[in-house]
Write a protein that binds this ligand. Structure first.
Ligand code: SAH
Length: 246
């Protein structure tokens, strides 16, 4: 007697398994399985869940976004390691844990409008874009802005708008924002960004004069417009440059 004849209930269990979600007909961005799928799963469990990130939506976005497509081809095999990587022009893509932490601290909601300063590779933008309604992101260096815009478009992440320019003054035409993420470190919190944060909004920003002494800050604006600042952890980001330093 073969296995399935002896154990017919196994068939029933197999038949009861749900169809993969991609058969359900809902239009999903092009975030499918790829050769790095296992490495990405391990990145989430070993670097992110293990360090206390809990928001299931953040974990899902980190699990879905193909980080290897945001680094130079020669660096792809390192894309899921526990560290930042060079993306050229002296800039870096942040360590996966820092991307997850900043995203969780921002407490994204599906109706939120978000601003990112420092698009870089577009990876942080890709992760956050899965969790908000719209994301506006500004990158000082034109080649990086152009590459990031192309990647995000190719992945079908169509709720992100990339602009080339200085992010210090924010994006007044699209303000106010529920979330502002800054992924390059200024030596003070730019006042225009505080002004463009909605009451109830959250800003996550690394601040510090020198590389060795930056702090990640969570700044929340209450309904009356008052801000409250929490120091989260020491970090190391590339400096926020001003347009006239190029
Ligand atoms: N979020 C990025 C990593 C950011 S690295 C990612 O996920 O890959 C910091 C980026 O900020 C760099 O690309 C740098 O060119 C950019 N940057 C520095 N000063 C800036 C400014 N004033 N306005 C906008 N972008 C700036």
């Amino acid at each position: 007697m073969d296995f399935f004849t002896r154990f017919p209930f196994v068939w029933l269990i197999l038949m009861a398994l749900p169809w993969p979600s991609r058969c359900s007909g809902a239009p999903e961005p092009n975030l499918q399985q790829d050769p790095f799928d296992t490495a990405r799963g391990e990145m989430v469990s070993e670097q992110i869940t293990a360090r206390g990130i809990k928001d299931p939506n953040v974990l899902k976005a980190m699990r879905q976004v193909p980080r290897h497509l945001f680094v130079p081809v020669g660096e792809q095999r390192h894309a899921y390691e526990d560290r930042p990587l060079s993306i050229g022009y002296g800039q870096t893509i942040s360590q996966p844990y820092i991307v997850a932490l900043m995203t969780e601290l921002a407490r994204p909601k599906p109706t939120d409008r978000a601003l990112e300063v420092g698009t870089g590779s577009g990876y942080q933008a890709a992760v956050l874009s899965r969790l908000v309604a719209r994301l506006f992101t500004i990158e000082l260096l034109k080649p990086l802005a152009d590459d990031a815009a192309r990647r995000l478009r190719e992945l079908g992440l169509l709720n992100v708008v990339v602009r080339n320019g200085d992010g210090y003054p924010g994006w007044p035409e699209e303000a106010p924002f529920d979330i502002i993420l800054v992924t390059a470190a200024p030596d003070h919190v730019p006042p225009p960004l505080i002004a463009q944060l909605k009451p109830g909004g959250r800003m996550v920003i690394p601040v510090g004069h020198v590389l060795e002494a930056q702090e990640l800050l969570l700044i929340e604006k209450d309904a009356s417009g008052k801000t409250r600042t929490e120091h989260v952890i020491p970090v190391r980001f590339v400096p926020l440059r001003r347009g006239d330093e190029e």
